[in-house]
Design a protein around this ligand. Sequence first.
Ligand code: NI
Length: 257
Amino acid sequence: MSDIRLIDTHSHIDMIEQISLEDVLYNAAANNVEKIILPCAYPADIDKIMDITEKYDNIYAYLGVHPSEARDWNDGLVDKIEKYVSLSKKVVGIGEIGLDYYWDKSFNDIQKEVFIKQILLANKLNLPINIHDREAHKDCFDIIQEYNQNSTVIMHCFSGSVEFARECIKSGYYIAIGGVVTFKNAVKIKDVAADIPLDRLLLETDAPYLTPVPYRGKENQPAYVKYVAEEIAQLRGMTIEDIASATTQNAERIFKF
Ligand code: NI
């Protein structure tokens, strides 16, 4: 385990409350996490996120507006995001963007509209898109298929069936898997983790949420991405070294690290 390299491709390290950011990064490094991508959820957080990426070499960002915050979108954000992309090499994608029908279905139309605008922005900037899809598989997929031209698609915290995963793979998407795969009853995602081609797999924590076993229920952090890798290795009858090297190579290829 000493010489493996892991990348946490979706981690809200700015939202971890119980330990300092310095400790988060210390623990990550001590557990072979080489790079972390920090996604943006709230428009008001864009500047703060960019400050963090400027301060730490191994932290990168997705800029964008989460579907649950779609009502806070304004078109001025396009200029703001474009400006940061032109000024900094640390923006590696547009995210997290997509549809969330779990928390609130009352503004689906606004969610869709803001999702499409951000796909078009990513296409223009030629950046990957990091997709949040919660109970909205069909609409998410249909919108991406209709509007996305050239952005690499990453399905963050994948929660669909094996059939949906295969559909996504066929369309060239990547599947990112987090701590849920370690949950005893999470049969669906275990099946997906065992089924998808290794060259389409990415690891993430979605910290501070969705903490893997054995820390389930506690606050999540990037250091725990190794438990995700271990579980997937076990499900596939491989070693953690195999999973780490494949997923890190995938991330390096997608994000041009
Ligand atoms: Ni997230």
